[in-house]
Design a protein around this ligand. Structure first.
Ligand SMILES: [Zn+2]
Length: 266
């Protein structure tokens, strides 16, 4: 029998959850349960020693429900990102070691919206309203843009223009993503990598709330654009304000691209 259950404001229907418990006495036992308000509806005890297993069962229920919410959020977030970045390319670049286990980010490609390619993360916000957040977004993912058209065959070939742009974007995203978990990265703010940092040392960036017409209106989810800029532009942004630099980049047709084979706008 299905029941309606509310967790995190989402009403949902779910069914029986299989529970497996290993008791402290060594006995394993398993059963299916229909949780009430996310918990066991009655106590459960080990069939051999009689020790209470309710807390262990509640933990399994909580984990199962969280996994379900994460899957649902992933689906919703993917749709929100496509509304902002255009249709997602069917190929995903999976990291060998998952990001959550200390490895690299999986990268997602959006070649259908503006000319060139948007490359985005999807691992900064694992649950709705959780993960990296800032002044305008209660949670967000990152995107960087290159003018070069998507070419997956060249993605890992630094001898090609797309490959070079891809490597640069991949390195920057893999540095900014963990940083964003602890630091608040707001639109119009700039960021500089320390000179000694491998591959990305000395690079200058500016952030923007991509696709937002009014950056003062808080949103539950958004895409934070990371744009590599020239040092003179970062100096200008720190004096005149980041929004002033972004206006100049837009006026010159360079927004939101990170390709630096162009003249500085400041
Ligand atoms: Zn037992």
């Amino acid at each position: 029998m299905a029941q309606l259950f509310s967790l995190g404001g989402i009403e949902r229907v779910y069914f029986m959850i299989p529970i497996k418990i290993q008791c402290g006495c060594g006995q394993k036992y398993a059963f299916d349960v229909e949780p009430v308000n996310g918990r066991m509806s009655s106590a459960v005890a080990c069939p051999v020693c009689g020790a209470d297993g309710t807390a262990a069962a509640d933990a399994v229920i909580a984990q199962t429900l969280t996994e379900q919410l994460a899957l649902e959020w992933d689906d919703q977030k993917s749709k929100l990102m496509e509304a902002i970045l255009g249709c997602e390319h069917y190929i995903v670049m999976h990291a060998i070691i998952p990001y959550a286990a200390g490895g690299g980010l999986d990268l997602y490609y959006y070649p259908h919206s503006i000319p060139g390619t948007a490359i985005a993360t999807k691992e900064l916000s694992g649950l709705r309203d959780q993960g990296s957040s800032n002044r305008v977004f209660s949670c967000y993912e990152l995107a960087m843009f290159t003018r070069h058209p998507l070419n997956m065959e060249h993605a890992n070939d630094d001898a090609t223009p797309f490959g070079r742009a891809h490597s640069n974007i991949k390195r920057i995203l893999n540095r900014i993503a963990p940083y964003s978990a602890s630091a608040t990265l707001n639109p119009n703010e700039t960021c500089e990598f320390p000179a000694e940092m491998k591959h990305v040392g000395g690079k200058c960036l500016i952030f923007d709330a991509y696709g937002l017409t009014s950056s003062e209106q808080p949103r539950s989810f958004g895409v934070l654009a990371v744009i590599e800029i020239h040092r003179s532009e970062m100096d200008f942004a720190r004096l005149a304000g980041g929004s002033e630099l972004i206006q100049r980049l837009k006026a010159a047709g360079h927004y939101p691209y990170s390709d630096l084979d162009r003249d500085p706008v400041a």
